[in-house]
Structures are given as structure tokens and as C-alpha cells.
Design a binder for this molecule. Structure first.
Ligand code: NAI
Ligand code: A1CAB
Length: 273
């Protein structure tokens, strides 16, 4: 654990792939005493605790932020239960698609008098390595302190951007929330193509992964436009140009990426309630 100040205390509801990735990063940064609810997590280093249900939370535990990281389709029951224990909580949702209005309605199913503040975010799994990229949206009624605490949590595991319209969180989900999967697919396809071209599997894997890492580092460290970095690789009449003619054909990557992102945004809208 480092000497950086403690992050806000959290009640993390759902410690799967995304909740777990963030928790890994937070534990490395120093998290105020926090509680995780998930049936699949065995234990946590003290002073943090894992419990199986809300009833098992210590009565005097009052988290700064309740972070909801269950599947969007499974949230309603959890929210209704949370509302009975924490009627005026600050909730940070990482759930794709689910709107603040739908989350509030589910909360009030459990306690009609509940008045939580709900902030939405869309992190990604590189958060586990401190290399996350998150978007956040807060409604006008959220206080500066509530926004600051949510930003602190996500900044501790990567970079953050705020959007000023709730609907744009769906665009964030499509680009950076789902984005690591697109990059991992590229790694798979490059590796496979390397094998097709005669490389042995470990060599193809090392080349594919090392290349994505190196290109990512260039994008991370240099202010240069991606297009210029691409042109720097592309010798006139050379090998890259031959490959890019295929990939950059209007019906290839430009169309496929645009259509894929639109499909992700559409799915987020379908998950709204
Ligand atoms: N996986 C990713 O890369 C990202 C996921 N998200 C969002 O994160 C949320 C979780 O997704 P994943 O982590 O991928 O799913 P997951 O299935 O890996 O994790 C969900 C976790 O919630 C737990 N859970 C289910 N019901 C519960 C309950 N009533 N109380 C406490 N825990 C409960 C499950 O045991 C599981 O560990 C989703 O809403 C998703 O939209 C957001 C950004 C990226
Ligand atoms: O696939 C999903 O719905 C979640 C949200 C972004 C990444 N994983």
C-alpha cells in the first residue's frame, strides 16, 4: 500500500470482472475501510470486509459511496434492498445502459421516501492495472463533493472524463467501456494471422501482444495524432500500405468500426430500464 491519502469508503455491490478490477486498483492505493458484497469473493485484507448480504453489514458502517457493479438486468432487486438500508446514499453506477431515472425508480420500489444521488460512470477493465479510462456523468443535483469523491475513486485507477449529458455515457460505454475487447480481438486476430503465415504460436503471440503494447505506449506518451503515427509506419509502395489498402477500404474497418460502435450504443439504450 502506498502513502497516498485514503480514497473514500465504499460499499461495493458486485465484485465480478469490473468491480474486481477496480477493487484491485483501489486496494493498492489505500481505500478507507470498505465493505464488498459478493457471494464469489472469499476475503479481503483488513480493515475491509466481504459479506454475503446487506444484513451482514456492520450496523455502524456508513459508506461515502455505494458502487453498484452488478449486471444491469440484475440491479432492481439489489437497489430496492439498498434503499431500505441507505435511503439517502450517494450511488455510483457502472452499469451499462441503466439510466438514472430507471435506477431511481428501482430504488424507490424498496423505499418510496428514499432520495439518493445517483452518478453514472463507465470504467473499463484496465483499471485493475491503474490504466483505466472512465467516463462519468452527474445530474445537476449532485454536489461538488459527491462528484469529487466519484472522480477520486476512478482517477485512482486511471484517467477520467466527465460528460455533460447522461446519454453520452452510452457512447463512452461503446468506445472505452467495451473498447478493451476490441483491442483484445485485434490481438487474437493478429496472432492467428501470424500462425497462418508460418510463425509458431508463441512467436505469433509475442509479436501481436508486443506490437499492441508498443503502439499503445506511443499513443499514451506522444501528443502526435494517431493518423500521423500510422503514416510514419507506412512506406510508399511498402508492406503496410498493402495491408492498409485492405483494412481502410470504405467497406472494411471504417464501416465495420462505425457500425459496431453504433450497435453497442443501441444495446446500451435497450438496457436503459
Ligand atoms: N466487464 C467490463 O469490462 C465492464 C462492465 N461494466 C458493468 O459492470 C457491471 C458488472 O459487469 P461484470 O463485472 O462484467 O459482471 P460479472 O458477472 O463479472 O460481475 C457481477 C458480480 O455481481 C455479483 N452479484 C450478482 N448479484 C449480486 C447481488 N445481489 N449482490 C451482490 N453481488 C451480486 C456476482 O456474483 C458477480 O461477481 C455491469 O453492469 C456492466 O455493465 C462496466 C464497464 C466495463
Ligand atoms: O459488455 C458490457 O455490456 C459491459 C459494459 C462495457 C463493457 N462491458
Amino acid at each position: 500500500m502506498t502513502n497516498t491519502p485514503l480514497l473514500p469508503s465504499i460499499l461495493l455491490v458486485g465484485c465480478g470482472k469490473m468491480g474486481g478490477a477496480m477493487l484491485e486498483g483501489w486496494l493498492a492505493h489505500g481505500l478507507a475501510p470498505s465493505v464488498v458484497i459478493d457471494r464469489h469473493l472469499a476475503e479481503l485484507p483488513a480493515p475491509h470486509r466481504v459479506v454475503r448480504s446487506l444484513e451482514a453489514i456492520p450496523a455502524d458502517f456508513a459508506p461515502d459511496i455505494i458502487l453498484v457493479a452488478v449486471k444491469p438486468q440484475k440491479a432492481n432487486g439489489v437497489l430496492a434492498e439498498l434503499a431500505q438500508h441507505f435511503p439517502n446514499a450517494t450511488l455510483l453506477s457502472v452499469m451499462a445502459g441503466r439510466t438514472i431515472a430507471s435506477l431511481l425508480a428501482a430504488y424507490r420500489e424498496g423505499n418510496a421516501a428514499a432520495s439518493p444521488i445517483i452518478i453514472r460512470s463507465m470504467p473499463n477493465t484496465p483499471s485493475a492495472l491503474g490504466a483505466g479510462m472512465s467516463g462519468l456523468y452527474a445530474p445537476p443535483e449532485a454536489s461538488a463533493e459527491q462528484k469529487k469523491q466519484c472522480d477520486q475513486l476512478l482517477s485512482a485507477v486511471g484517467k477520467t472524463v466527465w460528460v455533460d449529458q447522461e446519454g453520452l455515457i452510452d457512447s463512452v460505454a461503446a468506445i472505452s467501456g467495451s473498447g478493451p475487447a476490441y483491442v483484445f480481438l485485434l490481438a487474437e486476430l493478429l496472432e492467428q494471422a501470424g500462425i497462418e503465415q508460418g510463425l509458431d504460436a508463441p512467436t505469433a503471440r509475442a509479436l501481436a501482444r508486443g506490437t499492441i503494447y508498443g503502439a499503445g505506449q506511443m499513443l499514451h506518451q506522444l501528443p502526435t495524432d494517431a493518423a500521423e503515427l500510422r503514416r510514419n509506419v507506412t512506406s510508399p509502395g511498402g508492406t503496410t500500405e498493402a495491408a492498409l489498402k485492405v483494412l481502410m477500404a470504405s467497406d472494411a474497418w471504417p464501416q465495420a468500426v462505425s457500425t459496431a460502435i453504433a450497435a453497442a450504443v443501441k444495446r446500451a439504450k435497450e438496457l436503459a430500464s
